[in-house]
Design a protein around this ligand. Structure first.
Ligand code: BF8
Ligand code: SF4
Length: 637
């Protein structure tokens, strides 16, 4: 395959061509070596759950139709998928636990460097969860304890579930899908899918839904809430994106992973006069902090720091020869980084007790020692600037402007203006046919799909048809690189109705809603739209849809599960590994709708996906008797 067919982002293509020419192993070259991928695995009908196996089902009906224990294709595919969902839910929720532990640190009164940045948000959450106390410190401790309960509570109502619209809660209650506690549902997926426990594919998948709801309306929502409390609620903020944000004359520190607990401390350390003096001494013009993946989104939306790239660009950042240090914490960090970095002067530092990589250095950051260790990390980067090899430095030029920092709370202040800060203007714009509906386009990138291509094509098609798009994760980074997150994009790409709304308030037609745990912000936006009224009495009645068109991680599976189980039609690609089981496939793409109000679809062609999402949105508009669209859709291209 030609390099230009691997990514639609010219900056990525340029960097990749250079890396290929130097004979580097990259995610694309390793993917090529893996082709053809194992067909049994791809179809979801390979089982390694017990030691009698591995077993595989013959998809052509000639060989074995059951494993050694008698499990058939349906049981095997359901179990494999449920475990993937549980792993994704565990990742998001364990991240939340770390954030709550940081809140606890404030309560202890230690000089950890952390503080409560958004007191209003803190007070509001305390009031919502009926946490009382004499001082902020007191309350922080009680709030942390209250939130920790959600991981293992054994009685009482679960977490933030009261935030979901009543109709959806009733569906969940009727179907036994209300999570009891975050950890419990994850453990129960593992238990049920152990050899010889649950063999009914629908029963297994339903437990995976319960587990995923515990992620979306539990772990992820908690991570978002507490991160906003600790580091500040985002506000619209301008910044830049793509590899060109790396600076030849500055110390480049790239943070990669997911937890702002690390990156926010690196921000603090990188601003300290003593460290800046040392950078100058080393011959640098300052310290340039940038990010990859979701930790980049966190830094961007709260601090305006630039983003170097998304998941597939992590090695390419190092290939510029200008990264003096890459600090990683958890999730989406390719183990290949250590081999890749060994060809450059880049120091690769792991910082989480949970994520160590052979060949990388480890500087462990905990809530207690964070600022001290962050200084050590930044100082290491500064010292390493002296080891730069000038002839190896080659930073591609491209950078794109963007506006980020939208949330379920602030977006509609922008839409309504300061004096009408409610969802009414959005709901009115939808009801009157200016805006067709809202689509969440989220998730990863993967070498199985031309990098960023599905994200860009789909989003361009949607906004041309007056669908307001909200984004998170690597998908948000993809569209930011393409310029969709500049306010001018409304004029360039949006349909007339959406353009009018965007231009009136000065927002882009594609809104950056944050990191992957911030998909909980999209759930809250939907809940608020229902509460405002007039366009659907339940999330499943709203003209909204979701899509992860270049999914890679188990977290994406958990997200798709809780989004669909919250009543939203959700398209996913590459398909979940259920194609070897008619029953599981049928339940996900059809049967589940009766129980949850939403369902999944698997499709890889972004034009078809756009069609499917728009048809869905239109069917909901029709069912609600909303006005016909004011303008014809804009022609793309
Ligand atoms: O949590 S979108 S590749 S970085 S998993 Fe990973 Fe996927 Fe990117 Fe953020 Ni989300
Ligand atoms: Fe084979 Fe059953 Fe064991 Fe899976 S659980 S490996 S199908 S014997």
């Amino acid at each position: 395959m030609k390099t230009k067919d691997k990514s639609i982002d010219p900056v990525t293509v340029e960097a990749l061509e250079k890396a290929d020419a130097q004979g580097r192993s990259t995610i694309w070259s390793r993917y090529q070596k893996m082709i053809p991928v194992c067909g049994f695995g791809e179809l979801g009908i390979c089982c390694t759950i017990c030691l009698m196996g591995p077993c595989r089902i013959d998809p052509f009906g000639e060989g074995a139709q059951v494993g050694i224990c008698g499990a058939d294709a349906d049981t095997i595919a359901a179990r494999n998928l449920a475990r993937a969902v549980a792993a994704g839910a565990a990742a998001h929720s364990d991240h939340a636990r770390g954030v709550v532990e940081t809140l606890e640190e404030i309560a202890k009164g230690n000089d950890s460097g952390y503080r409560i940045a958004d007191v209003d948000r803190f007070e509001a959450l305390c009031a919502e969860l009926r946490v009382e106390g004499d001082s902020v410190q007191d309350k922080a401790g009680m709030l942390a304890e209250r939130l920790m309960l959600e991981f293992g509570r054994y009685k009482g109502d679960f977490g933030f579930i009261h935030r979901a619209p009543e109709g959806q809660r009733e569906r969940w209650a009727l179907g036994g899908a209300v999570p009891r506690a975050i950890d419990r549902e994850i453990a129960e997926v593992m238990h049920r899918t152990h050899m010889g426990v649950d063999a009914d594919p629908v029963s297994i998948i339903d437990q995976a839904f319960r587990c995923a709801i515990g992620d979306g309306w539990g772990g992820s929502m908690m991570a978002t809430e507490v991160q906003d409390i600790l580091f500040g609620s985002p506000e619209a903020i301008r910044s830049k994106v793509n590899l060109g944000v790396l600076k030849e004359d500055m110390v480049n520190v790239v943070v990669h992973g997911h937890e702002p607990i690390l990156s926010e401390m690196l921000v603090m350390a990188s601003r300290e006069p003593e460290i800046l003096r040392r950078a100058e001494e080393a011959g640098a013009k300052g310290i340039n902090l940038t990010g990859i993946c979701c930790t980049a989104n966190e830094l961007l939306m709260r601090q305006g720091y630039p983003i170097a790239g998304n998941f597939l660009q992590q090695e390419l950042a190092i290939s510029t020869g200008a990264v003096d240090l890459m600090a990683v914490d958890i999730q989406c960090i390719q183990p290949a980084l250590s081999e890749f970095a060994s060809h450059y002067h880049t120091r690769l530092i792991t910082t989480s007790e949970k994520a160590k990589i052979p060949g990388a250095e480890h500087i462990e950051i905990t809530p207690e020692n964070a600022l001290v260790k962050a200084r050590e990390v930044i100082t290491t980067a500064v010292e390493n600037f002296r080891n730069r090899v000038p002839e190896m430095v080659d930073i591609p030029e491209g950078v794109t402007d963007l506006v980020a920092g939208f949330t379920a709370e602030n977006t509609f202040q922008y839409l309504g203006g300061r004096f009408r800060a409610s969802y009414r203007p959005l709901n009115d714009a939808i009801a009157s046919g200016r805006i067709r509906g809202v689509a969440g386009v989220v998730g990863c990138c993967t070498p199985k799909v031309k990098h960023d291509y599905n994200h860009l094509t789909l989003v361009r098609e949607l906004i041309a048809r007056d669908v307001l798009v909200v984004q998170t994760g690597c998908s948000a980074i993809a569209c930011a690189k393409a310029g969709f997150m500049r306010p001018e994009a409304a004029e360039e790409y949006a349909g007339d109705g959406l353009r009018e709304v965007c231009e009136a308030v000065g927002i882009p037609p594609v809104l950056h809603f944050g990191s992957c745990v911030d998909n909980s912000r999209i759930l809250m936006a939907c809940a608020n739209m229902v509460r405002e009224g007039g366009i659907g009495a339940d999330i499943s009645e709203l003209p909204v849809a979701g899509c992860a068109p270049e999914a890679m991680s188990e977290k994406a599976a958990s997200i798709a599960f809780y989004v669909a189980a919250s009543g939203i039609y959700t398209v996913f690609h590459p398909p979940m590994r259920v194609m070897g089981s008619k029953k599981v496939l049928d339940y996900l793409t059809n049967g589940m709708e009766r129980k949850y109000g939403g369902k999944l679809a698997f499709e890889g062609d972004p034009y078809k996906i756009a069609e499917m999402m728009v048809n869905h949105i239109d069917s909901k508009r029709k069912a609600m008797g909303l006005q016909p669209m004011m303008y014809e859709a804009r022609r793309v291209g």
